[in-house]
Design a protein around this ligand. Structure first.
Ligand SMILES: Nc1ncnc2c1ncn2[C@@H]1O[C@H](COP(=O)(O)OP(=O)(O)O)[C@@H](O)[C@H]1O
Ligand SMILES: [Mg+2]
Length: 271
């Protein structure tokens, strides 16, 4: 694969070490007369989804469909960490994702999560072999009692979400922030983009979340959601993590899923 890419780009690409299921290369391309970045996808569906977004953005140098790969200009991105993230970055990130939610109405081919009830059912069923299943069913039945109201509200929150919004996919470029990595885009509730970001990157810090939401709502068309819909989305996120960590051994991530589930459980105990 590297030899073919080197030939195509007239380059000597170097593999970039990045923990991912995908592969990444970078190097100077004599064909393009610039530094290039190559992303090779493990999964062709994910390649297609990211391709659809990048095509709209007009940032592709070359599309290599037969390899499930594409070539972008190499950018000197500086990663953002929780330690280097200032309040101003939280505001910029809010504006960035607000713009993404407003701008992207592409016709993507993956499944649309337009029914909350169906999303709940799918996610609950997938973890039937886990020991949390009983508790999960109990919580689900509480949500189902109010499903008509929740469903109507959920429908109003549907946009094309990023699907993997968080610091690892927000890059610093000069004094701007840039959103990358669009392989998990899907139609779902805009607020679903925020759950993992709040828990992992903002450490569930109330004032940081408020700052983020203030600027998000100021720059988006979306309405504030009810506490119960928010809890439903925390529940869905936790089930997603509990399903993922069945096949991928990531104890810390699994603990996050369990913490989310405990928060949902607490909510129903107190309400
Ligand atoms: N255009 C680019 N130029 C240079 N580095 C990039 C570029 N795009 C992404 N990267 C780097 O490669 C990493 C992986 O890219 P990403 O699209 O997030 O792939 P993955 O889906 O495998 O996480 C990013 O974290 C970033 O550091
Ligand atoms: Mg990434």
């Amino acid at each position: 694969m590297k030899r073919q890419l080197d030939e195509l780009l007239d380059a000597d690409l170097q593999k970039i070490n990045h923990i991912s299921e995908n592969k990444h290369y970078a190097g100077f391309s004599k064909k393009f007369n610039k530094e290039v970045f190559v992303k090779i996808f493990k999964d062709s569906l994910k390649y297609n989804l990211e391709y659809e977004v990048l095509k709209e953005q007009g940032t592709l140098l070359l599309n290599l469909q037969e390899y499930n790969a594409f070539v972008l200009e190499y950018e000197d991105y500086i990663p953002i960490t929780r330690e280097t993230m200032a309040d101003d970055d939280i505001i910029k990130a809010a504006k960035l994702i607000a713009k993404f939610h407003k701008d992207n109405w592409l016709m993507i081919k993956n499944e649309k999560e337009v029914s909350l009830e169906k999303v709940l059912e799918k996610n609950v069923t997938r973890i039937a072999d886990r020991r949390e299943y009983e508790k999960v069913c109990e919580i689900n039945s509480k949500l189902l009692k109010n499903i008509k109201v929740l469903e109507a509200e959920y429908e109003e929150t549907l946009v094309l979400i990023h699907g993997d919004f968080g610091l690892r996919n927000i890059m610093r470029k000069d004094d701007r922030l840039v959103l990358i990595d669009f392989e998990r885009v899907k139609y779902a509730s805009y607020y679903l983009d925020f759950i993992k970001y709040f828990y992992q990157d903002l450490n569930n810090d109330k004032s940081k979340i408020e700052l983020f939401l203030e600027h998000y709502y100021a720059h988006s068309f979306e309405k504030l959601i009810s506490k119960e819909l928010e809890i439903s989305l925390v529940f869905i996120s936790s089930l997603g993590i509990l399903n993922y960590t069945k096949r991928v051994n990531d104890k810390e991530f699994e603990r996050l899923g369990l913490r989310m589930l405990a928060d949902v459980d607490d909510y129903f105990r107190n309400n």
